[in-house]
Design a binder for this molecule. Sequence first.
Ligand code: F6P
Length: 483
Amino acid sequence: MASQVLVAANRGPLSYALAADGTLSARRGGGGLVSGLSTALAEQPGALWICAALSDADREAVRRGVAEPGVRMLPIDPDVYDGAYNGIANSVLWFLHHHLYEIPREPVFDAEFRRRWDAYVTYNEAFAAACAEEAAEGAAVLIQDYHLALAPGMLRELRPDLRIGHFTHTPWASPEFLRMLPDDIRSQLVWGMLGADRLGFHTETWGMNFVSGVDGSGNGTAVAHFARGGNPSSVTHRKDTDGPGPLRETVVDTYPLGVDADELRGLAHRPEVDDKLAALRAEVGDLKTIVRVDRTELSKNILRGLLAYRELLISHPEWRERVVHLASAYPSRQDLTVYREYTESVRELAAAINTEFGTADWQPVLVSVEDDFARSLAAYRLADVALVNPVRDGMNLVAKEIPVVSEAGCVLVLSTGAGAYEELRADALTVNPYDVTATAEALHAALSMPAAERADRTKRLAVAATALPPTQWLTSQLDALRT
Ligand code: F6P
């Protein structure tokens, strides 16, 4: 039966594992997008989630026709998938949107880049075709993230009747960064996005970047209309190939994803988390804790966070043997050399700090490189200070989760680069992510903050963090699409 509500995203709500005896088992997919969307979508009757088969086990599940209700996995050719996901989404678009390039060496747009771009086009076409096939007349389709920036335009061509939304979970590149792309590629990217009726971003800054970047993107007329102070911006546009006719409009709006307090507190008080908390307490004793939880992701700025902790131990030696830094940095995108090297650098720097300052009774940094959500939740409950210092981040849900779960109240040290900064800055201690000395001083101020002030700030942070929980985040986008 055709669906009235569709979500298209690279990752699905589940992934498969293939046992040695050939048995397939399903488990929940990973990542922030998945946790937010899974609960929210469950409340939309008959909704369909279209995602890519990510592994051999997923492809095998598709081949065997194993289907979970409400999910369609696309068995994209592994080489195409690698070119699109690793080659373009994670190595080009992610780097552009997060301003991660080391300019003397990168980016390089050569023949190999073009080959990967072709794969990215094919991957987007597969999603557009599946959406076109599954959607009921006039259905709402919400396409997710930079993996699928071309799909809105492709779907518009196939099914002009649909209401198409696209949400970007990352920042959007500033216009100067976007202009690094070859002109024809930038044009495809911008016009792909303009195929949507509505574009959503976590913050006004990221939305403004998109609107500012449409100028001069070739292939037609695109006029930016900026709004500040609560009203959505928009782009009116017409492709040259469309011939004369009225301009179409794409509305650009912000939907700052928040957390569901009840759900998160429920998860954080499962017996499994209680056990992990007891183990952590036994390890940490009565020392203060600085907690961080990230994927080992270049944009999360884990290395400068460790350098700031090191500087704290030098400039405020009174904290030695009185504090522990609990850093969860679980592996991510390990197919890419630069991510493997970064993960190794995190391990090495943490070990160097332990060698430099550690004593027989005190290990200054405890690093966990496991993807252990229960341990992370236990660390959230225990945290005296939360360190969230990305150089640039679409939102950063950890900054919102910790104040909601923290037991005794916890001071949030938050960088100006996080999307969450726009909502949480009033009650966080805010830092320039590149300023290691300022971050060390913020950690000192956070550790020294009186308990009453800490608790008051945490309460206000938790209110701001839960302003737009996932279900409302999704329904407000669907409502806007349908009006
Ligand atoms: O922030 C963008 C995002 O796609 C998130 O939605 C997701 O949690 C994260 O990156 C993980 O990325 P990947 O799917 O590549 O592991």
